[in-house]
Design a protein around this ligand. Structure first.
Ligand code: G16
Length: 543
């Protein structure tokens, strides 16, 4: 194998965010950009010479070219054992599982999740460690530091790689295994859920479901598992073909980007159950006839009813949520006498807790839920969990949700996003809030502000610290506002304002969350002076 050392120059913008490095495709296509980053990952990941690496992506534009480049850089650095998904496809949870199941030293996942795809869209890369989970912050920071000084990388000259041919290929000293992306993942799901019970529900003909794969990676997974294995009628999975531009969609399963699914479930022809997933298959949105299950509630319901599910009958070691996620799960944990850990936003913060067996279920407001079966969030897993619950209880989605609220109360919840073109303005706004924390309870007592603080996290497993992870403002006895800047965008900044009010009041529980939290939204605008800093008078997006 011929290996070349290529002289390069450093890029200053290769600091990974909440979930890997995400940039415009045009940025990734600059000469040396991807190779540099990969070389820095390989330097810092400190892999053994015989390391096996798993590679896959969500199929978006540039996926194929990036994977070929990655294999060449890996081979150039002496890595000769590579597993790659057929045609470069692997959902994020399936890749996480494959890394663990194959004893790989790590994995490269090419995805920008729900961000738009295509030549003008976004691209991304994540490095996952042998645990199957995303690189911890300490490692991504080292990768970033190295990216600022890199001067050369090593790359192998390889013939055309047979990514479309499943099987084991020996190429000039490189062992390349091209695998079906669904096989191992489907077996994993079969071990967790009662497939006979779900199948009886779906095959009966009376129960109808619609799964929207949004032209992204989950199509082949959902078709195989829901239709071919479990017997949902063909056509139950829609937009099932992964497309390089996701068909122009923004594959983010939420009520704005999947509004047509919400409309379908509100109409007279609504099926019994609907769900959607995102670009790389780690997010989920669950809907019943006439209702959407907010992801914060979904996590709480799954935790409360886990005893119905074969894979979780042994009980939960504990649960976790990210700080901005509603506190619905906290009350379930308290009732079950288990710990509820609160982490910064970013799935990677759950990984140490999962590895240490401190938690079994975890989730986030950003439509992500998962368990100890993988080290990433898992969209289809959440769908199967819900279907198994429906099959076990014979109840509808809305009946399970209402019963949950009656038992535990409800957390009305809304997230408002402000797209701010000028990142300095966004930072100034957040800095202003953070400086004002100490005085806030005194200055805003009449408005009900009880406490305000910046969220700092100490990982209970390795003691690592992550500071300034958002600002939490407690209002009255039962409400909370959280402010933080998104770490997944590729342009400008996005201020996220999370509004939450918990209630046990039977009259308030069924009200729309939007109206219940509106006073908090007003207070959030006043506290943060959004209009002063950004001239924005209303959120760009509310979900
Ligand atoms: C990623 C992370 C999640 C996080 C979400 C939103 O999800 O894995 O942990 O909650 O981004 O992050 P932010 O608020 O910083 O934009 P995904 O599905 O995009 O990989």
């Amino acid at each position: 194998m011929q290996v070349t050392t290529v002289k390069t120059h450093a890029f200053t913008d290769q600091r990974p965010g909440t979930a890997g490095l995400r940039r415009k495709v045009s940025v990734f296509r600059q000469a040396h950009y991807l190779e540099n980053f990969l070389q820095c990952v390989l330097h810092e990941a400190d892999l053994p010479a015989d390391a096996r690496i798993v590679i896959g992506g969500d199929g978006r534009f540039f996926n194929d070219a990036a994977i070929r480049t990655a294999i060449a850089v890996l081979a150039g650095n002496g890595i000769r054992d590579i597993i790659v998904g057929h045609n470069g496809l692997l959902s994020t949870p399936a890749a996480s599982h494959l890394i663990r199941a194959s004893g790989a030293a790590g994995g490269l996942l090419f995805t920008a999740s729900h961000n738009p795809a295509g030549p003008e869209g976004d691209f991304g890369i994540k490095y996952n460690t042998a645990s199957g989970g995303q690189a911890p912050e300490s490692l991504t920071e080292r990768i970033h530091r190295r990216s600022l000084t890199i001067s050369e990388y090593r790359i192998a000259q390889l013939p055309e790689l047979p990514l479309a041919r499943i099987g084991q290929h020996e190429i000039d000293g490189l062992r390349l295994q091209v695998v079906d992306p669904v096989d191992d993942y489907a077996t994993l799901m079969q071990g967790l859920f009662d497939f006979d019970r779900i199948s009886a529900l779906l095959r009966g003909g009376r129960f109808r479901l619609c799964f929207d794969a949004m032209n992204a990676v989950t199509g082949p997974y959902a078709r195989r598992i829901l239709e071919r294995t479990l017997g949902a009628p063909p056509g139950s999975v829609v937009r099932a073909e992964p497309l390089a531009d996701f068909g122009g969609l923004h594959p983010d399963p939420n009520p704005v980007d999947a509004a047509d699914l919400v409309d379908l479930m509100a109409g007279s022809e609504a099926p019994d159950f609907a769900a959607a997933s995102d670009g790389d298959g780690d997010r989920n949105m669950i809907l019943g006839r006439g209702c959407m299950v907010h992801p914060c509630d979904s996590l709480a319901v799954l935790a409360a009813l886990h005893g119905h599910i074969p894979g979780y009958r042994g009980g939960l070691a504990g649960v976790a949520r990210s700080m901005p996620t509603s506190r619905a799960i906290d009350r379930v944990a308290a009732a079950q006498g288990i710990d509820c850990h609160v982490t910064p936003t970013g799935w990677r913060f759950f990984c140490n807790l999962l590895e240490a067996d401190m938690i079994t279920l975890c989730g986030e407001e950003s439509f992500g839920t998962s368990s100890s079966h993988a080290r990433e969030k898992d969209g289809l897993w959440a769908v199967l969990f819900w279907l198994d619950l429906l099959a076990a209880t014979g109840e509808s989605v809305s009946a399970l949700l209402s019963a949950h609220w009656r038992t535990f109360g409800r957390d009305h919840y809304l997230r408002q996003d402000y797209f701010i073109a000028d990142t300095d303005q966004a930072q100034a706004l957040v800095d202003g809030l953070s400086h004002a924390c100490r005085e806030m309870p005194g200055a805003w007592r009449k408005a009900g502000v009880r406490a305000a603080s910046e969220f700092d996290y100490t990982d209970p497993v390795d003691g690592s610290q992550s500071c300034a992870q958002g600002i939490e403002v407690h209002v009255g006895a039962d409400a909370r506002i959280v402010f933080r800047l998104s770490g997944t965008g590729t342009q400008g900044a996005t201020l996220r304002v999370y509004l939450e009010r918990a209630t046990q009041d039977a009259a308030l529980i069924p009200q729309p969350s939007q109206s219940v939290v509106e006073p908090l939204a007003r207070l959030a605008r006043e506290l943060s002076r959004i209009e002063y800093f950004t001239r924005l008078t209303r959120p760009s997006y509310s979900i």
